[in-house]
Design a protein around this ligand. Structure first.
Ligand code: TYD
Length: 128
């Protein structure tokens, strides 16, 4: 989704407000920075958490899969937010130097919401 911005000749303000514009109620904001060159992050899914990812500086490749099809997104524009609904396995790679990835989340941190094993994710997606 597009992030609303306020531009003038001094620069640009990107605005995220909880009311109306988001696909979920925001409960937490965190950000990734100082990512070591060549490292990958993610490699998990969330059972209920929704997230919006914004590369506010630099760029990163986000790969999403539901267990069947896979999509890859290059995030590198502070005016663009990627919505990740619950139930997607995500991998974050190819962080540029100085990348800062802002994450807006629908809930507070809860380890029990994570699925960190691929086999467990596939079983969770395809219950018998
Ligand atoms: P994790 O979500 O696995 O990181 P990434 O997907 O970026 O690789 O989180 C890494 C560690 O940080 C893990 O031990 C959980 C902890 N953590 C918190 O304690 N609070 C938080 O809000 C987040 C996002 C992670």
């Amino acid at each position: 989704m597009e992030v609303p911005v306020i531009r003038d000749r001094r620069g640009t303000i990107g605005v995220i407000e909880p009311s109306g514009m988001l696909p979920f109620d925001m409960k937490r904001v965190y950000y990734l920075f100082d990512v070591a060159t060549g490292s990958s992050r993610g490699a998990h899914a969330h059972k209920t958490l929704s997230q919006l990812l914004i590369a506010v500086a630099g760029s990163v490749v986000v790969t999403l899969t539901d267990g069947d099809s896979e999509s890859e997104f290059l995030l590198g524009d502070p005016c663009v937010a990627l919505h990740i609904p619950p139930g997607y396995w995500r991998s974050l790679s190819q962080f540029s130097e100085g990348c800062v990835l802002l994450v807006i989340a629908s809930a507070e941190y809860s380890e029990s919401d994570y699925i960190r094993q691929w086999e467990e994710f596939i079983a969770w997606r395809n219950p018998h």
